[in-house]
Ligand binder design. Structure first.
Ligand code: GTR
Length: 426
């Protein structure tokens, strides 16, 4: 019995993966087979009233749209964020052979030092005349994997997460140090005058379907979330806002120039965090696909049905109502981009990442653009999908690069240019 209980979560994970694989084989990758669809108009209230000026959007349209996304897609947080409590663990002005300043700060979500906590790693340019603009992004495998810097402790929560699912052998270790350094070009970012702040997403909420019994969910009580309460994406977004509470009071950092970036499921997260929290000045989605920048109604690549089956813990339970009838969902993802307006947003796709529907990601930008224009910005500079590696740097920015689902130096180079253009040079 004990053994079965131990391996059951693993069996369930394998089954979910097999099901997702089987579904992927039936997936539509043909533009000609995209169904006819009608998007919810971005300049309309849910009751059909037209939104004709900026004031109507800010006072009525935005709050109503935000509520719809909370209720039907990501779920609302069932508790307020705690007041900020943290301890600085590391303060090094000569990190990376004198190329950066390094700070490591532990943020506590409760009064209990053993309770949920997030370890924030920050690199800042070695010299800065004023508080630095900072890219903020969650990472997938622990802070020690983003750079070979030996002073980053190996994450402890990864060890705990994997014990929870019965896979003791997958403990994080020093061997993983720097494993994904190619995705986090720290020296390039700091040389351009920006800081980088990152934390392991599993510190906030371990990414498996555990009945919401760990991470910050433990603070919300034993009960499973209601149908309109947070899934993991909304939980990670909530954690990002807590990190923002820290960044906001750090004198070395400019809180008006925090650029939120995320890849894949964390790209979905950055868009939702940017919608919920207007303190993020720029939001970047990389290869976020279904549940992120891609229009759901196109049903190209990953669909709402597939994602709800494979990752039932990511969205709120109400979202499963739309697995079989995506047309009935009151919102689509161009409106998620609209919730970030008029702040600059940048959507990045990869040509081989058809699962994430690059065209659907671009079309969300196009259909969000009328709202950006209503709010006095230039929206998106062109209506036709640009060619490979021909970035667009209007307020709604976009590129599609060659290659696979990943984060590359090319992506970072465009994000730095985009930030320079919209926030002023660092
Ligand atoms: C895939 C999932 C995508 C994407 C990706 C990731 O398995 O289908 O929606 O989020 O994971 O986050 O790496």
């Amino acid at each position: 019995m004990n053994m079965i209980a131990k391996i059951l979560p693993l069996i369930l994970v394998c089954l979910a993966t097999l099901t997702a694989d089987a579904q992927e084989r039936k997936v539509n990758y043909e533009e000609a087979k995209v169904p006819d669809y009608r998007l919810p108009p971005i300049l309309e209230m849910p009751d059909g009233t037209a939104i004709t000026d900026a004031n109507a959007w800010t006072t009525k349209g935005r709050p109503a749209t935000l509520e719809q996304f909370r209720t039907h897609v990501y779920g609302r947080a069932p508790m307020a964020r705690p007041s900020l409590r943290f301890k600085v663990q590391d303060h090094e002005d000569q990190a990376l052979q004198g190329k950066a300043r390094r700070r490591q700060v532990r943020l506590y979500f409760s009064d209990d030092d053993q309770g949920p906590q997030v370890n924030l790693l920050i690199y800042l340019p070695v010299k800065a005349a004023r508080p630095s603009p900072v890219f903020l992004g969650l990472n997938f495998q622990g802070n020690h994997t983003i750079h070979a810097d030996p002073h980053i402790p190996v994450t402890q929560s990864w060890v705990r997460n994997n014990k929870d699912v019965g896979a003791e052998n997958h403990q994080a270790s020093a061997e993983g140090r720097g494993r994904v350094a190619n995705r986090w070009p720290v020296e390039k970012i700091t040389a351009a005058g920006y800081g980088l702040a990152t934390a392991y997403y599993g510190d906030i909420d371990p990414d498996f379907n555990d009945g919401f019994r760990n991470g910050v969910h433990t603070l919300a009580g034993e009960k499973a979330p209601a149908a309109d309460e947070w899934g993991s994406i909304a939980t990670w977004a909530w954690g990002l806002s807590y990190i923002m509470d820290y960044l906001q009071q750090d004198a070395e950092i400019d809180p008006k120039r925090i650029i939120l970036m995320g890849h894949s499921r964390l790209g979905k997260t950055s868009l939702w965090a940017g919608a919920e929290d207007e303190r993020f000045s720029i939001v970047i989605s990389n290869n976020s696909g279904c549940g992120g920048a891609a229009l759901h109604r196109r049903e190209f690549g990953e669909t709402v049905k597939i994602i709800n089956n494979a990752f039932p813990h990511w969205f709120c339970d109400n979202f499963t109502d739309y697995s079989e009838r995506v047309d009935a969902c009151p919102v689509d993802q161009h409106q998620l981009i609209g919730l970030i307006a008029p702040r600059p947003v940048y959507v990045a796709s990869a040509a081989d990442d058809r699962w994430a529907d690059p065209r659907g990601e671009f079309l969300s930008c196009v259909h969000a653009s009328p709202l950006y224009e209503l709010l006095g910005t230039d929206g998106i500079a062109q209506q036709e999908m640009p060619g490979i590696e021909s970035p667009i740097f209007s307020t709604v920015g976009y590129h599609i690069r060659s290659g696979k689902h990943d984060v590359t130096h090319y992506d970072w180079e465009q994000w730095i240019k985009f930030a320079d253009k919209h926030l002023g040079s660092p």
